[in-house]
Design a protein around this ligand. Structure first.
Ligand SMILES: Cc1cc2nc3c(=O)[nH]c(=O)nc-3n(C[C@H](O)[C@H](O)[C@H](O)COP(=O)(O)OP(=O)(O)OC[C@H]3O[C@@H](n4cnc5c(N)ncnc54)[C@H](O)[C@@H]3O)c2cc1C
Length: 388
């Protein structure tokens, strides 16, 4: 495998770096999981879109640059290196969009993707329910046919919907055939959150931000053209979304490389007064981030060369990045000692970002499917072991 970037890729990197260095807001924005912070993040997304950096790998017609997957990875590295704001559009651009490219009709793609790229429509993920998290096929929210309209009436409750309190739309799974085998009777719907019958209730996270919402649906009408991938085909469509979430798009290596680089800076500052054993842990974290980067380049090269697609091995990635993220933040807190608790003031470091990052990293082994579930997937579908 040739790990040298082409002159065109190097030029792409230089252009991205120049834009980001000139444009990334000075100082961190308020949390994107609050109403005020979310609005500022959306303003940043619009700026990215205007300069054609919001969805680099998409077709030009939808606001992209038709960048290759390698260039997309380069952009991600530069994005995190520059310390640019978190992507509050992530559920749309990284989860729903790849699924729309694969399963959407041309009409859906043309209607939905440009507004998503421009941060005009903001998407939340509506999969989990109070009795169905890991066991996603256990969802009870239902969609009943309305032949007159024509379309479906959706009723039920979705929970843990990230930033749904501030979003405009929801993609979600609903049961369309209660008599079918569990995985077969579901359909993937696209729902505007201002539709009559929708109630969105914010839920505070551990850190106090309203990062979650519950979404209640009471006979919400959704027309046929907002079904993605066909009636009763929802499971297959959802698994494509999950592959993106766990494997490639949601958490690219650039994010963890940037954290590893910052961890090294932190060690340079505070290492002398820390437990000497932390030095090896910092080095190991850097090596792990670099290994994830190289592994991802290998995966992408395979996808480009052989037309392979992300399969159940996406679960390997998910475990690796979520555990690495947690390890790096844990090391940082041990380096900082009591300073880690300080959000502001002369003794604080990075506005308390390491502590906030640690709290979010704790969720990594849970969201996008818990790591226990990923281990089951690896055992059964990657290694071919018998079901437990
Ligand atoms: C930060 C964050 C953001 C999220 N965002 C969204 C979102 O936007 N949209 C959305 O729909 N959901 C979202 N979720 C929800 C997430 O998908 C669920 O929390 C997750 O799927 C686990 O479901 P649960 O919480 O119901 O736990 P449960 O499924 O009840 O699991 C509880 C525990 O039992 C274990 N367990 C369950 N079944 C098995 C099994 N078969 N084998 C071994 N162990 C098992 C689990 O690993 C876990 O440790 C988010 C969660 C977090 C933390």
């Amino acid at each position: 495998m040739d790990l040298t970037f082409t002159p065109a890729e190097e030029a792409f990197r230089a252009e991205a770096r120049a834009f980001l260095e000139a444009s990334v807001p000075q100082g961190p924005l308020p949390s994107g999981d609050t109403e005020e912070g979310f609005a500022l993040h959306v303003a940043w997304e619009k700026k990215l879109f205007e300069a054609r950096w919001s969805v680099v790998s998409w077709p030009r017609a939808y606001g992209g640059r038709e960048a290759s997957l390698i260039e997309w990875l380069i952009f991600e590295e530069e994005y995190y290196r520059a310390g640019a704001p978190q992507r509050v559009t992530q559920n749309g651009i990284f989860l729903l969009a790849p699924t729309l490219f694969e399963f959407g009709t041309p009409e859906q793609q043309q209607r939905i993707l440009p507004r998503m790229a421009a941060a005009l429509d903001l998407w939340a993920q509506g999969w989990s329910e109070p009795e169905a998290g890991s066991d996603l096929a256990g969802i009870k929210s239902r969609a009943v046919r309305d032949d007159e309209a024509p379309g479906y009436r959706l009723t039920g409750q979705k929970t843990w919907c990230t930033r749904a309190a501030f979003c405009t739309h929801l993609f979600g799974l609903f049961r369309t055939d209660p008599t079918a085998e569990r995985h077969r009777g579901m359909t993937y719907f696209l729902v505007p959150l201002d539709a009559p019958g929708v109630t969105v209730r914010p839920v505070d996270r551990l850190d106090g931000d309203a990062g979650f919402a519950e979404v209640f649906l009471d006979e919400v009408f959704v027309p046929d053209h907002d079904i993605l991938g066909g009636v009763n085909e929802g499971w297959n469509v959802a698994m494509a979304t999950a592959g993106s979430e766990r494997g490639l798009t949601l958490r690219s290596p650039g994010r963890f490389l940037a954290t590893a680089e910052r961890l090294i800076e932190l060690y340079r500052r505070f290492g002398a007064e820390a437990d000497p054993g932390l030095r090896d842990e910092v080095v190991q974290a850097y090596l792990d981030a670099e290994a994830y980067r190289l592994y991802t380049f290998q995966t992408v090269s395979r996808m480009l060369a052989a037309g392979a697609r992300m399969g159940p091995e996406a679960s390997l990635n998910k475990i690796f990045w979520s555990e690495l993220d947690l390890r790096m933040h844990d090391i940082a807190l041990r380096l900082l000692g009591p300073r880690a608790e300080l959000g502001e003031g002369p003794a604080s470091v990075a506005h308390g970002a390491w502590m906030k990052g640690f709290q979010f990293a704790l969720a990594g082994p849970i969201y996008a499917g818990t790591n226990e579930i990923q281990r089951n997937v690896i055992a059964e579908r990657v290694l071919g072991l018998p079901r437990a």
